[in-house]
Design a binder for this molecule. Structure first.
Ligand SMILES: C[C@H](O)[C@H](O)CC(=O)C(=O)O
Ligand SMILES: [Mg+2]
Length: 397
């Protein structure tokens, strides 16, 4: 039988979009995700109440479209906005156009090493991730298969989720296996702030009962000493894990924190880490128990496969940060990814709404905290771009 040759890539385009979606911090007023959450900027009182005040949502969403010669279009969304659109159009597109979509390894390698002198982490890797995910979407569409088939197939029949948001009590009602809350007070708010944090956890524990998982997301806000004191105080309230407690650059601090936390409490991090080399540091230095790469920020699926294999060999779980369908298609294929995160993007959050709402159409949501693999049974990542959102193409090439 002759082998199937896929159409080559004709064109790469990059757009920006405002208002929620992949840039899930880009929300309107009164949203739980911008309500006095502790951050590394909390030491400045003027930036303490709102993360938007220091610019958490300046970038907005990046949409990457990759069109094949037969007119099939793969696309992906991630965070990165206009500067990422520039990088995609002016730099990365050259490594795709005229190539076969099957060549994702070589394309990734060329995108990474051609940008290494100004990239390696952050925005550039977000842009590379967006291109990589659009490429996998295109590949799935051309082959008429869901991405999870291309990644090795499902290892279980359904995904189960924990929910991130201000209302773990609601998450419990919705059938999630746990609830992760943002920490509200950082070290600059002193012992009073620490007591308020513990009181909030105690209040939530009294609402959800003893067995429901409760976790804290500290969004890089703490130092090792504060995180250790917090972890010790939270232990008797059954805190399951302490997440991203300190700066992602402080591998030595994470190593120390993991030694300091009470037995049975997990240390998690990685949503602001990128590539196999960054995650190698976390693993070889034994910085955490669970790594949490964001599929749209860590290098895309091509890189996540390598990160995940490394984690498996180190006995670490991989539970991607957010990432919507890009996480769902990955997690269902990995033994060391036993559950997934669901970011509650309803302002309350008192309803389950699609994570990247309103940018995607057909984005599945957990029902009773679970999602059947059949919800993913569409070509590519199984979603469409919502035609009603305003897209802007700031650069062309
Ligand atoms: C709630 C956190 O501060 C952040 O916005 C989301 C996050 O880090 C997570 O879901 O994990
Ligand atoms: Mg987090």
């Amino acid at each position: 039988m002759p082998i199937v040759t896929l159409p080559k890539i004709k064109h790469v385009r990059a757009f920006t979009v405002r208002g929620g979606g992949a840039d899930y911090h880009d929300q309107g007023e009164g949203h739980w995700i911008d309500d006095h959450i502790a951050t590394p900027m909390s030491k400045y009182p003027e930036y303490r109440q709102s993360r938007q005040s220091f610019g958490i949502n300046v970038l907005g969403t990046l949409v990457v479209e990759i069109e094949a010669e037969d007119g099939t279009i793969g696309f992906a969304v991630t965070t990165g906005g206009e500067p990422a659109a520039y990088i995609v159009e002016k730099h990365l597109a050259r490594f795709l156009e005229g190539r076969s979509p099957t060549d994702y390894e070589k394309i990734w390698d060329q995108m990474y090493f051609s940008t290494q002198y100004y990239g390696r982490k952050g925005l550039v890797i977000n842009a590379i991730s967006g291109v990589d995910l659009a490429l996998w979407d295109l590949l799935g569409k051309l082959r008429q298969e869901p991405v999870y088939h291309l990644l090795g197939g499902a290892v279980r029949d359904e995904l189960q989720f924990y929910a991130t948001g201000a209302r773990p009590d609601k998450a419990k009602e919705f059938g999630f296996i746990g609830g992760k809350m943002a920490l509200h007070h950082g070290p600059a708010e002193g012992i009073d702030g620490l007591k308020k944090n513990i009181a909030e956890l105690a209040d939530m524990r009294s609402k959800v009962g003893d067995d429901f998982w409760l976790m804290w997301d500290c969004w890089m806000a703490l130092d090792v000493d504060y995180a250790t004191r917090l972890a010790i105080a939270a232990h008797e309230l059954g805190l399951k894990w302490i997440e991203e407690a300190i700066s992602p650059d402080d591998y030595w601090g994470y190593q120390q924190l993991k030694r300091n936390v009470p037995k049975g409490m997990l240390v998690t991090t990685g949503e602001h880490e990128a590539t196999r080399w960054g995650f190698r540091m976390l693993m070889e230095m034994d910085c955490c128990d669970i790594i949490q790469p964001d599929v749209g920020w860590c290098g895309g699926v091509t890189e996540l496969l390598k990160i995940s294999a490394l984690a498996d060999a180190h006995g670490k779980m991989v539970v991607p940060h957010g990432s919507s369908v890009y996480s769902y298609h990955f997690v269902i294929t990995r033994h060391n990814s036993p559950f997934a995160e669901f970011l509650m993007m309803h302002p309350g959050p008192t309803e389950v709404v699609p994570m990247f709402h309103p940018q995607l159409l057909g984005e599945p949501v957990p029902e009773n905290g679970r999602m059947k693999v059949t919800a993913l049974d569409k070509p590519g990542f199984g979603v469409d771009l919502n035609p009603d959102i305003a897209m802007h193409r700031p650069y062309t090439h």
